[in-house]
Ligand binder design. Structure first.
Ligand SMILES: Nc1ncnc2c1ncn2[C@@H]1O[C@H](COP(=O)(O)OP(=O)(O)OP(=O)(O)O)[C@@H](O)[C@H]1O
Length: 301
C-alpha cells in the first residue's frame, strides 16, 4: 500500500528501539518496582497500574512519531474499602504521570468534601478553587468523593463544587489529574447520578479487601521497617486479632493493622520497662510477644 516492505520494516524497527529507549528514559520501571516491593498482595491493582502506564507511554510515543493520539483520559477512579492502599498507589500514579510528562509537578493533594464545600452561600467556589490551585500540576485525590453529591438536598453546595471540578477536568486536562476514591458501591451510585463526571473518568481501578493472612504479612512488613519482629506465637495471636478486628466497626484494613501495631509497641515498651532486670538485650527491644497483643481489649470481650 505505497510502503515497500523494506520501508515498513525500517519504520517498525525504528519505533521498537524508541519504545525501549523511551521506557528506560522515563524510569517508570523504578516506580512499578517500588509499588511491587512496598505493597503486599494487590496483584490486580499492580497489573492495572502497569496497563495504564503502558497505555500512557505508548500514546506519548505515538504522538512523537506523528501517529494519531487517542488523547487518553487521565482522570481515574480508585474504588475499595478504607486502608486498602488507594492513597499509596495514587502517589505512585502521580509519579508515573509526572515521569511521562503528563503533569508538570507530580505531587498529590488529598482532600475530602469538607476541603471543597463551604457551609454558607458563596463559600464553596473559593474553597474549591483554592484546592484546585494547590493541586495544579499534580494529582487531586478526592477521598469518599460521593459525599460531594447529596441527592436528598437540592440546595446542597456539593453540586457547585462538582460543577467547578467538571470544568477543570474538561478544560485543564494538561495541568491536573483527578482521582475519585471511595467504596465501590457508593462510587457507582455517584457516577450514575453524575453522568457528565463519569464520562470524564477513563481509568477504573478496584482495590480488593485484604485476606487476614495478607494483613499479617503487611503487619510483619511494617514491623520490620521499624526494626521489630513477632515471635511465632505472637504471629498466631496477631492473626487471631486481625480476624476479630475485621468484624468490629470502623475496620480499615492496613490502616487498622498499623494502629494495632502502634498499640502493641506501646504495650511491649511497658512490659520491657516493668521487667525486674533493668538490663535489656537487643532482642528484648525488638521482639513483640504474644502477651503484647493479647492485652488488647479485643481479647477481653
Ligand atoms: N498492600 C499493602 N502493603 C503494605 N502496606 C500497605 C498496603 N496497603 C496499605 N498499606 C499501608 O496502610 C496504610 C493505609 O493505606 P492507604 O492510606 O494507602 O489506604 P487508602 O485505601 O487510601 O485508605 P483511605 O481511603 O481510608 O484513606 C498506609 O500506611 C499504607 O502504607
Amino acid at each position: 500500500m505505497g510502503i515497500t516492505p523494506t520501508a515498513l520494516e525500517k519504520t517498525d524497527k525504528h519505533t521498537l528501539v524508541n519504545l525501549q529507549e523511551e521506557f528506560n528514559k522515563t524510569k517508570i520501571q523504578e516506580v512499578l518496582d517500588d509499588l511491587n516491593q512496598e505493597l503486599i498482595g494487590l496483584k490486580p491493582v499492580k497489573n492495572r497500574i502497569r496497563e495504564i502506564a503502558a497505555l500512557l507511554l505508548v500514546d506519548r510515543l505515538r504522538q512523537k512519531v506523528g501517529l494519531s493520539s487517542s488523547n487518553p483520559g487521565l482522570h481515574m477512579s480508585f474504588t475499595g474499602p478504607p486502608g486498602t492502599g488507594k492513597t499509596t498507589v495514587a502517589t505512585k500514579m502521580a509519579d508515573i504521570l509526572y515521569k511521562l510528562n503528563y503533569i508538570k509537578k507530580g505531587h498529590l493533594v488529598t482532600v475530602t468534601r469538607d476541603d471543597l464545600v463551604g457551609q454558607y452561600i458563596g463559600h464553596t467556589a473559593p474553597k474549591t478553587k483554592e484546592v484546585l490551585k494547590k493541586a495544579m500540576g499534580g494529582v487531586l485525590f478526592i477521598d469518599e468523593a460521593y459525599y460531594l453529591y447529596k441527592p436528598d438536598n437540592e440546595r446542597d453546595y456539593g453540586s457547585e463544587a462538582i460543577e467547578i471540578l467538571l470544568q477543570v477536568m474538561e478544560n485543564q486536562r494538561e495541568d491536573l489529574v483527578i482521582i475519585f476514591a471511595g467504596y465501590k458501591e457508593k462510587m457507582d451510585k455517584f457516577y450514575a447520578s453524575n453522568p457528565g463526571l463519569a464520562s470524564r473518568v477513563a481509568n477504573h481501578v478496584d482495590f480488593p479487601e485484604y485476606r487476614p493472612e495478607e494483613l499479617l504479612k503487611i503487619a510483619e512488613m511494617m514491623l520490620q521497617e521499624q526494626q521489630y519482629q513477632l515471635t511465632k506465637e505472637a504471629e498466631l495471636v496477631f492473626l487471631d486479632y486481625i480476624k476479630k478486628r475485621m468484624l468490629q466497626p470502623h475496620f480499615a484494613n492496613a490502616r487498622s493493622v498499623r494502629n494495632a501495631i502502634d498499640r502493641a509497641r506501646m504495650r511491649h515498651a511497658n512490659r520491657i520497662f516493668n521487667l525486674s532486670s533493668k538490663i535489656v538485650t537487643k532482642s528484648n527491644l525488638t521482639t513483640i510477644q504474644a502477651e503484647d497483643i493479647l492485652k488488647s481489649r479485643l481479647f477481653n470481650t
